[in-house]
Design a protein around this ligand. Sequence first.
Ligand SMILES: Nc1ncnc2c1ncn2[C@@H]1O[C@H](COP(=O)(O)OP(=O)(O)OP(=O)(O)O)[C@@H](O)[C@H]1O
Ligand SMILES: O=C(O)C1=C[C@@H](O)[C@@H](O)[C@H](O)C1
Ligand SMILES: [Mg+2]
Length: 164
Amino acid sequence: MPIVLIGPMGSGKSRVGHRLAASAGAPFIDTDQRIVERYGPIEEIFEREGEEYFRIIEREVVAEALHEEAVISLGGGAVLHPDTRADLADLQVVWLRVSPEAVAPRLAGGNRPLIAEGGIGAWTAILEQREPIYAELADLDIDTSRRSVARIVDDITGRFGGAA
Ligand SMILES: Nc1ncnc2c1ncn2[C@@H]1O[C@H](COP(=O)(O)OP(=O)(O)OP(=O)(O)O)[C@@H](O)[C@H]1O
Ligand SMILES: O=C(O)C1=C[C@@H](O)[C@@H](O)[C@H](O)C1
Ligand SMILES: [Mg+2]
């Protein structure tokens, strides 16, 4: 069964997912990366077509990915789609948490359209809206603020046995 990583921007979904997949000998899918491969840079999609269109193509990519036996890192807002929430109910879902203080330096230099202007204030406001959704979906939650990627990978394999 797939292991799916959810959580806010900068929580480590891409980096942890990559390492977890390597250690489990499983394929790794980053849905943001798939969107970029198929449709171009995310900030350009937001700019050209808007967030609503982005959520439609994101759902298509996520629905396809969730059928694969893999470690899957979702975009931070993928859980906003009700069909994705329904799909996740049957899968192994890990919520990577992070404090605003710990995430601030991790966000430096990124191209994240939803926080391009509002910075850490916007990040915090978005998290407040989404936290109940992450909490409802998660089978395991890990605070990554002061935890190494290797330990986080161990936490996840300890809970799910490592195989995707
Ligand atoms: N546990 C950790 N400790 C310290 N730094 C970390 C940790 N996990 C990730 N990072 C760093 O934080 C930054 C963001 O990580 P990453 O891209 O994996 O986050 P993400 O959740 O995929 O974000 P996004 O939703 O924007 O794709 C990267 O520079 C990464 O190296
Ligand atoms: O939190 C979000 O809504 C987003 C997070 C990123 O992973 C990307 O999917 C995109 O920048 C939107
Ligand atoms: Mg990512």
